[in-house]
Design a protein around this ligand. Sequence first.
Ligand code: UD1
Length: 421
Amino acid sequence: MDKLLIRGGRSLQGEVTISGAKNAALPELCAALLTAEPVVLSNVPRLQDVATTLKVLRSLGAQAERSESQPDTVTIDAGNITSREATYDLVKTMRASILVLGPLLARFGEAKVSLPGGCAIGSRPVDQHIKGLQAMGADISVEHGYILARAQRLKGARITTDMVTVTGTENLMMAAALAEGETVLENAAQEPEIPDLAELLIKMGARIEGHGTSKVRIQGVERLHAPAVPHEIIPDRIETGTFLCAVAAAGGDVTLRRADARHLDAVIDKLREAGASIESGDDWIRVRSQGRPKAVGFRTSEYPAFPTDMQAQFMALDCVAEGSARITETIFENRFMHVNELVRLGAKIEVDGHTAVVTGVPRLSGATVMATDLRASASLVIAGLVADGETLVDRIYHLDRGYDQMEAKLRGIGADIERVK
Ligand code: UD1
């Protein structure tokens, strides 16, 4: 199993190019199931969750290939779908496989998708996806661990989800695009990946309004087609935020290319409070930092508030900051698993329910630690960059699920980091 070996203490200098957003790529690859014409996406990040999604699409009979000359471009041809089933083997490795449910049901009138089951950061049910599709007239049962869904043609409906759900909003928006009549999604998620998916669907002939707000209106159409030109996926705001935190913690001067600061207001505000200097233009962000950061507390919440996917990385920064910070996680019930590993590196953190209080220490000390989930791994890498001596991060397959060449990008800005077997 691969591990990352980091020798801490170097400041970071130079430029990093940010990849396309994982959480936009996954639903957009699944959106290609809505049409028989080949859909081309560009700026598709090279990471494990994308590879898993391509595998899921192939298991349904779609052709899903990266271009050899332009590896960030992927074509999905769902003209000849032979199966409507996403099996447990695939879904268990990636919950987002549930995103095939809405498109399969809307286009073919049936779908069989394994229930995702447990996951390290909490129970994460998909009841809202099911509730929404039922409101659109689908007949859904759960048998032997599978969601079985059928519908002649889905019918538009007014759907208010019990909580804001990102993939839930995406699944329902994709299903509604091919339903009969109007669907109104109330309490919709507003994360930037939702409007990006909506833009792709609109290029495919869908009629959608209000995407990016809490109320999305979709007028169903009978058929969708391929977008006239490849759809370019937005920059990954969480990868961007991770690099910003790394520089704010380790010190240095780094410019992020192909990055969008407008999707990161809450994180950038907190980084400025921590003492980092941040400037940005249309597609770049420059971050400078020196000396010890100041500890800054925050509370995770739905977009545009502070993202839960940045909680662990910002906590790593607070670990070496001056002062103490209170961090409250409101989205997932069990998202402090990185705490025990950060403590092994010398951090002082006390957890009480959904709140962690971090008291900054001047230095962390390198040790062997274990990644427990995707963003937790990124927080351990940041901690390793600021720790004395060597830090070995084990189980980095979690990191590979969601980051496109993280260690190469960090090496490019001066970090002493290598992958070891
Ligand atoms: C997406 C992101 C993930 C991010 C999360 C929250 C993707 C592929 N993943 O995950 O990186 O951390 O949003 O920003 O985009 N819930 C239910 N029932 C449901 C659906 C959700 O109870 O049917 C609960 C979840 O358990 C969680 C909360 O709602 O507590 C938010 O989850 P949700 O927004 O659905 O997360 P994902 O879409 O899975």
